[in-house]
Design a protein around this ligand. Structure first.
Ligand code: ADP
Length: 585
């Protein structure tokens, strides 16, 4: 968080304190200014000005501060520090680094009133210029590179609020983030550190139609409900249905360059799990530590509520910064319900007119402002980059009709509906294939056709049709039992069972099955289809359905997921299935 309190303004006086909401008199401040509240200088943000009364949401525990204490405005909006050092770091909701979060879990707050820069100010980085004296650079242009982590080259850019001009001096060597590395003829000086107000989207040239999938290595997602790079998705689900595991799988395996993980209002121990877990993990594509491409923002349920409100903005602003460098960024927010609850709490302290279920009337607007910042963009510097936003939603009691789920549904284009019944049956990931959808499917098909297989869309449609048919047949089975069905329908149920057990289920905790490349996803489907086609031929030739179902090879379909050398395995399995079924007639 920016520390620069450049303009010293007139102090105000606290007139009331209500939890995270403080009002002050006579404060010279504008909307969204960051202010320091009370003798301890707690950090807050102006959220309402009426006459000479200013309302402030305070990002820290307010117990102990009282009316009469001073309030001072920095004259600056809530901003994040952007520059090398954002990755491989864990922050709280207002971008204060939590070096040892575990320690903080005992006493969950940083010392009150402590402001900490978002990036290390005294660390030196090796700056390699990409421009020479005499070059003309414009706003957003890359002027040099810093190896930020083993995986990520950090592009040092001319800040968005600069005009740009001719380079008159450029340095190479070791610099701190505040030292000037490039000087322009108009007097502008470029440093590695930039600041950006979190509630404002960073500028771009154009939002484009996304056409590349964010490959997740999760079969049901890539295969049936894909999200695009630059897309939006929601994962709603009741407690215990697998939201966190799904988000973690995405953070580990999604083929994004950068991952921003916003742990928002979840219980402290869940976040501790992430924090313990992530630094141990390897990036499957490079073998480097996963943290080398990750920034974690941790705002647990025991941290102050207002900081929870701001944490998603901090996250998306950092995401946009890396997008500007031309990277594909995936942001996970877990959970947007806790974020909405923070809004609700602050709104009720403000005594605003409540909307549905006590949420403020602007809930829908806030949610859409957040998801709108996702997208596949042409950047100001001519590169292309994306921010994909994936929000977990935790509806109380798993009831999807509540306002946060409903408003999210209207905005996002991918919906992965987690299902308590499936979770109870230990069907994981417990994503309900009847309720989930992706509006990106068609626009991503050409990519899958080019990269994986020409008949990718047909194969998917076949699987969807079989699963739909199964849903219908299950209703009859409930009434009359399976044996009352004609043989061809019994066979369809068997094929659907393999689709469910082999294809849709995937064990996040199995070393091989945890990640399934699209090629394997495809081959698994073709194997099940081979079984289907050969089985129906056998049925037509007069073989009884029980004999067909009973062939030795068929159950091995459920073992494809755990095969490392899956190509060979699938080839053999297809031949065995074919041979065994043909031998029956
Ligand atoms: P939520 O965040 O919705 O409360 P979790 O993500 O913590 O739920 O999931 C609850 C449990 O379900 C996990 O601890 C795990 O045992 C199981 N689970 C969820 N998803 C999977 C998966 N893909 N593979 C295996 N087990 C899973």
């Amino acid at each position: 968080m920016s520390q620069t309190a450049q303009t010293v303004r007139e102090d105000g006086i606290i007139s009331s304190v209500s939890g995270p909401v403080v009002t002050a008199r006579d404060l010279d401040a504008r909307m969204n200014d960051v202010v320091y509240v009370g003798d301890e200088g707690l950090m807050g943000e102006v959220i309402e000005i009426e006459g000479d009364t200013t309302t402030i949401q305070v990002y820290e525990e307010t117990s102990g501060i009282s009316p009469g204490e001073p309030v001072e405005s920095t004259g600056e909006p809530l901003s994040v520090d952007l520059g090398p050092g954002l990755l491989d770091t864990i922050y709280d909701g207002v971008q204060r680094p939590l070096d040892v979060l575990e320690d903080k879990m005992g006493s969950p707050y940083l010392d009150r009133g402590v402001d900490a820069p978002g990036i290390e100010l005294d660390k030196e980085w090796e700056f390699e210029p990409e421009v020479e004296e005499g070059d003309v650079v414009e706003t957003g242009d890359v002027v040099g590179i810093v190896e930020e982590t083993i995986t990520i080259d950090h592009k040092v850019m001319v800040p968005p609020d600069y005009e740009g001009g001719e380079v008159v001096a450029v340095e190479s060597g070791s610099f701190t983030v505040d030292e000037t590395v490039v000087e322009l003829d108009n007097g502008e000086e470029v440093q590695m550190r930039q600041e950006w107000p979190v509630r404002e989207a960073r500028p771009t040239v154009e939002k484009k139609t996304p056409r590349t999938p964010l490959v997740s290595g999760q079969r049901i997602l890539d295969g049936l409900f894909p999200i695009a790079k630059g897309g939006t998705a929601a994962i709603p689900g009741p407690f215990g249905s697998g939201k966190t595991v799904t988000q973690h799988q995405l953070a580990k395996y999604a083929d994004a360059d950068i991952i921003i993980y916003v742990g928002c209002g979840e219980r402290g121990n869940e976040m501790t799990e992430v924090i313990d877990d992530f630094p141990e993990l390897e990036d499957p594509s490079t073998g480097n530590p996963l943290m080398a491409r990750t920034s974690l923002i941790a705002n647990t349920s025991n941290m102050p509520v207002a900081a929870r409100e701001s944490c998603v903005y901090t996250g998306i602003t950092i995401a946009e910064f890396y997008r500007d460098m031309g990277y594909d960024v995936a942001l996970m927010a877990d959970s947007t319900s806790r974020w909405a609850e923070a809004m609700r709490e602050i709104s009720s302290r403000l005594e605003e007119m409540p909307g549905e279920e006590g949420y403020p009337a602007y809930l829908a607007a806030r949610l859409s402002q957040f998801y709108e910042r996702a997208g596949y963009f042409e950047n100001v510097n001519g590169t292309e980059g994306s921010v994909s936003a994936i929000g977990a939603v935790s509806p109380p009691g798993g009831d999807f009709s509540e306002p946060v789920t409903q408003n999210t549904l209207r905005i996002v284009k991918t919906f992965w509906a987690l299902d308590a019944d499936l979770a109870e049956r230990r069907h994981f990931p417990s994503i309900n294939w009847n309720e989930s959808y992706s509006l990106y499917k068609d626009q991503l098909d050409p990519w899958f056709q080019d990269e994986v297989a020409d008949d990718w869309p047909e194969k998917r449609q076949w699987a969807v049709d079989v699963l739909d048919e199964e849903t219908e047949l299950q209703e009859i089975v409930q009434l009359v039992g399976k044996d009352a069905l004609p043989e061809d329908q019994q066979l369809t149920l068997e094929v659907a069972r393999y689709l469910r057990e082999a294809y849709l289920q995937q064990n996040a905790f199995h070393p091989v099955d945890t990640y399934c490349p699209p090629e394997k996803t495809y081959l698994m489907l073709t194997t099940i289809q081979t079984f289907n086609d050969e089985a129906f031929d056998a049925l037509e030739a007069g073989v009884p359905v029980d004999e067909i179902i009973d062939i030795d090879a068929a159950p091995n379909i459920n073992r494809i997921g755990v095969q490392e050398d899956y190509e060979e395995y699938v080839d053999e399995l297809k031949s065995e299935i074919t041979e065994q079924l043909r031998s029956l007639y």
